[in-house]
Design a protein around this ligand. Structure first.
Ligand SMILES: [Zn+2]
Ligand SMILES: [Zn+2]
Length: 280
């Protein structure tokens, strides 16, 4: 499995010279079965989705976009997805089943339709389909994908465990474990769904939006402290951690300081940066 980070920010894009090294695009991760193939499964459609064309050698995208939830920073790449807005493109968009019972295209039209945007999701060029995922295990683009609902804020949110039969990636970009209690260290509960998703994973890509000093003021915003990500990996026996969903105002220098604080950690920690490629 090849994993390419196309966007690593949370909340809103972060343009400007203070954010060049880690990148300013919001959440988007591309998965490929092997280095020789093009990506077929994309996790989230943040503004990082706009850069996916770089991995496609000029080809239209053919595959699935799997959304963790519907907050802006995970969907606003869709209207500007050049490799998807083409007559030859073939795209399935999957999002968590909504408790309202609304179908996927209708839900997405809530952010993408006039007067907010000139066209609706079904008016993009190419062959687009829209559907929902339940919190179960299923096959998507040749990967085995386990979905579980995890606490976040405002809207149903899934974490995903994705395996190609050889390697396993866990993706939890937005996760608020303090919603389920303080846990043993005050950083949030190490709850059953989080442990199940991350169990023995080769890579845990996890919400690291907050520093411990920010938790008291921002716990209600729906995110995790970076330290929780590592502690979850340790409890679940995951083999590596990628800090992800960096706060939009976290500068490159601040992220370097974060990386330095976790240098030598077990399992190893990487502070995610746009264009990072992980080969499993
Ligand atoms: Zn987010
Ligand atoms: Zn969110």
């Amino acid at each position: 499995m090849r994993i390419t980070l196309c966007g690593v920010r949370g909340s809103t894009p972060a343009p400007g010279i203070d954010f060049v090294r880690h990148g300013g695009h919001t959440s988007c991760v591309a998965l490929t079965h092997s280095a020789a193939e093009q990506p077929t499964l994309v996790l989230d459609a943040g503004t990082g989705l706009q850069t996916l064309g770089r991995l496609l050698d000029g080809s239209p995208f053919a595959g699935t976009i799997l959304l963790s939830h519907l907050h802006w920073d995970h969907v606003l790449g869709l209207p500007f997805f050049v490799a998807g807005d083409r007559p030859e493109a073939s795209i399935s968009v999957l999002l968590p089943e909504q408790q309202s019972g609304e179908d996927a295209a209708t839900v997405l039209a809530g952010i993408m339709s006039p007067p907010y945007f000139p066209i609706g999701p079904t008016q993009l060029r190419g062959d687009w389909s829209f559907g929902s995922v339940a919190p179960v295990e299923r096959e998507i683009e040749g990967f085995t994908v386990l979905a579980r609902e995890i606490p976040h804020k405002g809207g149903r949110t899934f974490g995903y465990r994705i395996s190609d039969g050889r390697s396993t990636l866990t993706y939890m970009p937005d996760h608020c474990p303090t919603m389920l209690g303080p846990g043993e260290d005050g950083l949030g509960a190490y709850h059953a769904a989080a442990i199940e998703l991350a169990k023995d994973a080769d890579v845990l890509i996890h919400d690291a939006q907050l520093l411990p000093s920010e938790l008291a003021a921002e716990a209600d915003f729906g995110h995790s402290v970076a330290d929780y990500s590592l502690a979850l990996a340790q409890r679940a026996n995951a083999r590596s951690v990628v800090f992800f969903h960096h706060r939009h105002d976290r500068t490159d220098d601040a992220l370097d300081a974060l990386a330095a604080r976790f240098e030598g950690a077990t399992p190893p920690v990487t502070v995610g940066a746009e264009r990072d490629v992980l080969e499993l």
